[in-house]
Design a protein around this ligand. Structure first.
Ligand code: N01
Length: 549
């Protein structure tokens, strides 16, 4: 394949994580001429880039897997409830090999610009290697959590030791045995790595800006009976998951807390706590809508911190009070709180101990100096919009996505963007995405896109674009759903609050996976209602036609 490909592909997919790998297969099976491009040198997306110690998924592995293929399901055996990074990356890689996809993936190819020619109905992609690629449709499978957030921490440029962002963890093993290590950030990433770093490092200093709620994983190896049960029933089980609000087979309590007797509430929380994973958050139906319910669960979780951490002062520092539980992502960890009982672990709680600056060999706060040889930024991502806006996306009609989203993202169903024809986003802002089982959601989105492209092909329509009015109505709906809950009471990455200067707007759709997928189905059944379909109609007329399509 030459670098400057003269061909116009039907579809180019950007990214080969779970979404891109499935999308490539799905589009190919539908008879499209499809290419995937990937910045890394292997498939896996976030599971390729991230390889920090302790990284696992916090959705059961049997559910955090493709559902579309009986063969994949039968041939792959997950070893544990919460699979490790290398096992998940291995699985995506296995799928790519088994489905013979690699020949249609260009690795080490990062797209830097994409321009839609409104007259020719064609996208041209420019890569950092200087290649140009053309396609009628582009599918952004670039991931919600892929661009690292590197905050401007005072003095960080003066640090003389080894500085690592969790997303760019070195491939070679780090020997930390005689090192003073510090971690900045106590989200899911920090919480997974902290217990393991504490076991390895001479001393570990944790810098906490906001404490997270962390529930115990209670990870375990799968036994054969469990695996067999899933293999035999996997179609039904996956369909059941699709019909839930998170796309995961949690045990969803149907009642608000007020409808449950006080003694039963506590017993149910305890039972769920022992079961492990996020189940403890699904006991009451109104956790995210009712402040009293939320406080009840928050207080239960704070009580667990007090039980786990021996020093009451440290325990108090680790307790979140400033936001409702669930309004920031609840973390799933192993021995996280217990780690603070170790002699070689210190906690800098920035709420009570102000950071002055990072210096050449450590961290200076108002209360002291902490020597550091290795400084780890577990500071998260420019989530949901970062990877899309990292590409300069424009049209010859004068649109720029960076300009259009300067006040926050706007999409129709998370899938289409008004003003940008023939471009689809997978798990985009305005879809359940990060509030769902991502694997289930990416499969849904890719299926929907492939069916839509098939519809256009059958009818000879060369262009489709989200209608601006439908988009506005959808985003109002997304906003209303968030306003009906407590989620706006936290400075979370769901709202862009973690990145300096980013517009703050709650981005995921909170109506549930089941409702969302039904809505997408209706839109398709109504001839892609809310989309403008343009071009030379050879069959039935679309509902509305694009002005210049
Ligand atoms: O990132 P985060 P993450 N000074 O943004 C702190 C998924 N994931 O990589 O809370 C000091 O959650 C920041 O503080 P604050 C999962 O969806 C899944 O941990 O903003 N601190 C916070 O403590 C997750 O939610 C898995 O006040 C600063 C931390 O850095 C998402 O990825 C594993 C700071 C960032 O936490 C992101 O998780 C890992 C500053 N200037 C990740 N800036 C699993 O499947 C930021 N912080 C298990």
């Amino acid at each position: 394949m030459s670098n400057n490909d003269e061909r116009t592909f039907d579809v180019i997919i950007i990214g080969t994580g779970f979404a891109g790998v499935y999308g490539l297969y799905r589009m190919r099976e539908a008879g499209f001429n499809v290419l995937a491009v990937e910045a890394g040198d292997d498939v896996g997306g976030c599971w390729y880039w991230n390889r920090y110690p302790g990284l696992r998924c916090d959705v059961d592995s049997l559910e955090y897997a493709y559902a579309f293929s009986e063969e994949l399901q039968k041939e792959w055996r997950w070893s544990e409830r919460y699979a490790k990074q290398n096992e998940i990356q291995g699985y995506i890689s296995f799928a790519a090999d088994r489905l013979n996809l690699r020949k249609d993936i260009r690795f080490n190819t990062r797209v830097k610009a994409a321009t839609f020619d409104n007259a020719a109905n064609r996208w041209t992609l420019e890569t950092e290697n200087g290649d140009r690629l053309q396609a009628r449709y582009v599918v952004m499978a670039t991931g919600c959590l892929s661009v690292p957030n590197k905050p401007n921490i005072p003095g960080i440029e003066n640090f003389g030791g080894q500085l690592i962002h969790s997303v760019q963890w070195p491939k070679e093993k780090l020997d930390l045995s005689d090192k003073n290590v510090a971690v900045i950030g106590t989200g899911s990433t920090g919480i997974q790595m902290i217990p393991l770093l504490a076991q390895e490092a001479k001393h570990l200093t944790v810098v906490q800006r906001t404490p997270a709620f962390c529930v115990p994983a209670r990870n375990q190896e799968w036994n054969d009976a469990r695996i067999e049960y899933w293999r035999e029933n996997y179609r039904e089980l996956r369909d059941m998951a699709r019909n839930t609000r998170a796309g995961v087979l949690h045990e969803y309590g149907l009642l608000p807390a007020a409808a449950v007797r006080p003694e039963d509430r506590k017993a149910d929380l305890e039972r769920r706590w022992l079961k492990g994973g996020p189940n403890v958050l699904y006991g009451f139906s109104d956790l995210l809508r009712n402040e009293e319910t939320n406080e009840l669960v928050s207080e239960f979780l704070r009580g667990k911190i007090a039980e786990a951490v021996k020093d009451p002062e440290t325990a108090r520092k680790l307790m979140p009070y400033e936001y409702p539980v669930g309004a920031k992502r609840v973390c799933v960890g192993t021995d996280y709180y217990e780690t603070y009982n170790r002699d070689n672990v210190s906690l800098i709680d920035l709420r009570s101990e102000k950071l002055q600056q990072i210096e050449k060999d450590g961290i200076r706060t108002e209360q002291g100096f902490y020597p550091v040889d290795v400084l780890i930024l577990a500071t998260g991502y420019d989530a949901m919009t970062g990877a899309l806006l990292a590409i300069d996306i424009r049209t010859t009609a004068g649109k720029s996505l960076r300009e259009q989203w300067s006040h926050g993202p706007q999409t129709y169903l998370g899938l289409g963007i008004a003003g940008f024809p023939n471009m689809f986003v997978v798990t985009g802002p305005g879809s359940p995405s990060v509030f769902s089982n991502m694997v289930l959601s990416v499969e849904h989105d890719m299926d929907w896109i492939a069916e839509c492209l098939d519809y256009l092909r059958e009818r000879g329509f060369p262009a489709i674009e989200a209608d601006a009015e439908a988009q506005e109505a959808w985003m109002d709906h997304v906003d209303q759903l968030a306003r009906g809950t407590l989620v706006n009471k936290a400075a979370s990455w769901y709202r862009g609050a973690n990145v300096e200067g980013k517009p703050q707007k709650f981005m995921p759709y909170l109506g549930g996976v089941n409702t969302y997928q039904a809505k997408c189905r209706d839109v398709a059944d109504q001839g892609y209602e809310g989309f403008l379909i343009g071009g030379e109609a050879q069959a039935s007329q679309p509902k509305r036609e694009m002005a210049d399509g």
